[in-house]
Design a protein around this ligand. Structure first.
Ligand code: NAG
Ligand code: CA
Length: 224
């Protein structure tokens, strides 16, 4: 009996460690500024990324610069970084190179963001609330390294750490999905309206493998 209990609890903790959680209709709330509170996401990635689409919703009233999505590979800072510089200005970093995107926006307001990039042309698209911003180009021919640390809530300057309180995220993030391809305009609009029929094969909010540290709370999504 004791052995059985032991086995059951060992199995349960194993399942717990590898659990995929369905966070549909929920957000991570980062309620307080810190240099520690964050969530680490584990993606499904087997080969370097030659293209990707990343979509998520964010709601924050921070007016200072802050990180929205920080993807570092071993020895490679800002392999992918989605960053908000100020109201109306976002930046995308790939392989440490940066481009900026400007948008007329009401601040603060809930935003749905999609970012796409393809190595073959280097073209990056940035969509805010279903509106495509002016395309930019960076890192043509590059491949994004795998085995990343993907962090929400903080901006990494090392592999999984070296956070800066002044770049931390305070607010709510949800509906985060990532594909290893560039979605079409029509697909991006359908994602914005909550259709995730297109299998998000890198990160899937409805089957999320994550670990949270510090003051991070899961709550229902009450805005969109
Ligand atoms: C963060 O910003 C504050 C106010 O500007 C400044 O005093 C502080 O040194 C900064 N902290 C870090 C770690 O950069
Ligand atoms: Ca960084």
């Amino acid at each position: 009996m004791d052995k059985l209990l032991l086995l059951v609890s060992a199995l349960a903790s194993l399942l717990g460690a590898f659990a995929h959680t369905d966070l549909s209709g929920k957000v991570f709330v980062f309620p307080q500024e810190s240099s520690t509170d964050h969530v680490t996401l584990t993606p499904k990635l087997e080969k370097p990324l030659k293209s990707f689409t990343l979509c998520f919703r964010a709601y924050s009233d921070l007016s200072r610069p802050h990180s929205l999505f920080s993807y570092n590979a071993q020895g490679k800072d800002n392999e992918i970084l989605v960053f908000k510089e100020r109201a109306g200005e976002y930046s995308l970093h790939i392989g440490k190179t940066k481009v900026t995107f400007k948008v007329a926006e009401v601040f603060p307001s809930p935003t749905h963001i999609c970012v796409t990039w393809e190595s073959s042309t280097g073209i990056a698209e940035f969509w805010v609330n279903g509106k495509p911003l002016v395309k930019k180009g960076l890192k043509k021919g590059y491949s994004v390294a795998i085995q990343p640390k993907i962090v929400l809530g903080q901006e990494q300057d090392s592999y999984g750490g070296a956070f800066d309180v002044n770049q931390s995220f305070v607010g709510e993030i949800g509906d985060l999905y990532m594909w290893d391809s560039v979605l079409s305009a029509q697909q991006i609009l359908s994602v914005r309206h909550g259709s995730y029929l297109l299998d998000p094969n890198v990160l899937d909010w409805s089957a999320l493998d994550y670990e949270s540290r510090g003051y991070v709370v899961i709550k229902p999504l009450v805005w969109d």
